[in-house]
Design a protein around this ligand. Structure first.
Ligand code: C5P
Length: 400
């Protein structure tokens, strides 16, 4: 934590009282802390307390009404190495998930280029509500880190899940994030992610349900561990956070292929996570195709290049290639076959038979099949945790 700049966003919940020990923990570990509060948060803990502990003035308003001094959310966002919102109330979570920007804490969120952590705190029924859960899922899909609330006694007198994580645990989560072993330092990683869209006419395409979440989680994990990442991404709504990730946006399999064939020239590691369309329409209509009054319509499809297999053909000595296989049947045989055909070091298999695995979920359950024949099975985990397991496996190959 030494020398790290922590921007602490305090929203209006009773758990705001825990911000005093939270700030002390950060300062004790050598971090610089600046605090931005929502107007309501000031009712729960005084700015004087937090200013004294953080040794910095508290920011609440967009500008100082006395002298007109502007509190720049942009420079706050640039200053911070991490932005922690603790406690994060249901209200602020909802606003963050939807891009509402009606206070300095929220504009800072939208401007922040650094990793964002949230420690939700609310009553158990609010926490369980599908609206809150959906908003948290949205924030996760933006790459934000949710520090799960604990279960226990709540200010309402009820008992359940919703207590803000303890200050020591929050600090630990952020410390762990920063202290990640730099075991990919200096390595160049290319990742393909998301679906491809194969145009039928100017307004229609053939696509698939891939959300890109797994590929983006891998990109964040590699970047966090010191790699320079080129993320070749199909159309997705997730956003890359880390400054060492360069996103190359593509739409079709052919564009993804072109970008991958270029990037492979300098990549040390390539992770092929994209759900690439195997076929595309033979030609794209220049005008929107009109509905015929009678009869059927046929679209002729031609094969797309297999990016992983093409990369396998030009793979260099020492270059590591990782593929994915989403299977519905004969999982092991199919996955092992792809691993060999595409000249991969290992293949990550997930089965549609496993609940919570595969497309669109925040979780995944994987099995790794190595080119040398070994097999490792993992439990159902958050995609961020799955990314860690995959990167650990890559590092174990590098170290061999
Ligand atoms: O589609 P299939 O199951 O063969 O995909 C297995 C692996 O090959 C995945 O890693 C996927 O990203 C990659 N792939 C590719 N180009 C394709 C099809 C698949 O890179 N055209």
């Amino acid at each position: 934590m030494n020398g790290k700049n922590i921007l602490l966003g305090v929203t209006g919940g009773i758990a705001a009282y825990k911000c005093a020990p939270l700030i002390r923990e950060f300062v004790k570990r050598g971090a610089e802390v600046k605090v931005v509060m929502t107007p309501l948060a000031k009712q729960f803990i005084t700015p004087l307390t937090l200013a004294t502990l953080s040794k910095n003035p508290i920011l609440v308003d967009f500008f100082n009404p006395e002298n007109g001094e502007w509190n720049s959310h942009v420079s706050l966002g640039m200053w911070a190495d991490a932005y922690l919102i603790a406690p994060a109330t249901a209200n602020s979570i909802g606003k963050m998930a939807n891009g509402v920007a009606d206070n300095l804490l929220l504009t800072s969120y939208l401007s922040a280029k650094c990793p964002v952590f949230l420690a939700p705190a609310m009553d158990l029924d609010m926490y369980k509500h599908p609206a809150v859960q959906k908003n948290l899922e949205t924030l996760r899909s933006f790459g934000n880190h949710i520090i799960e609330p604990g279960t226990g006694f709540l200010a309402s007198g009820l008992e359940g899940k919703g207590r803000m994580a303890e200050p020591a645990d929050i600090v630990k989560a952020i410390e762990e994030f920063f202290s990640a072993e730099q075991d990919l330092k200096g390595r160049r990683v290319m990742i393909t992610a998301g679906p491809t869209h194969e145009k039928i006419d100017p307004v229609r395409f053939i696509g698939n349900y891939s959300s890109g979440k797994m590929g983006y989680a891998l990109a964040e994990e590699c970047a966090r561990r010191g790699a320079m990442v080129r993320l070749i991404s199909g159309p997705v709504s997730v956003k890359a956070q880390h400054s060492s990730i360069e996103v190359i946006s593509v739409e079709s399999a052919q564009q993804m292929y072109d970008a991958a064939m270029e990037e492979t020239k300098t990549a040390d590691i390539q992770i092929l996570c994209a759900a690439v369309a195997d076929y595309r329409p033979e030609s794209m209509a220049d005008e929107k195709i009109k509905r015929e009054k009678t009869g059927e319509m046929t679209i002729r499809l031609v094969p797309n290049p297999d990016i992983a297999a093409s990369l396998g053909k030009v793979k260099r000595e020492g270059q590591i290639s990782v593929g994915f296989a989403l299977e519905t049947n004969d999982e092991e045989t199919n996955a092992r076959g792809k691993c060999e055909r595409k000249n991969l070091d290992f293949i990550v298999m997930n089965s549609l038979k496993d609940e919570g695995a595969g497309f669109r979920h925040d979780t995944n359950k994987i099995t790794i099949f190595d080119a040398d024949g070994s097999k490792i099975e993992y439990g159902l985990k958050q995609k961020i945790e799955v990314a860690k397991d995959i990167v650990d496996h890559i590092v174990s190959i590098i170290k061999k």
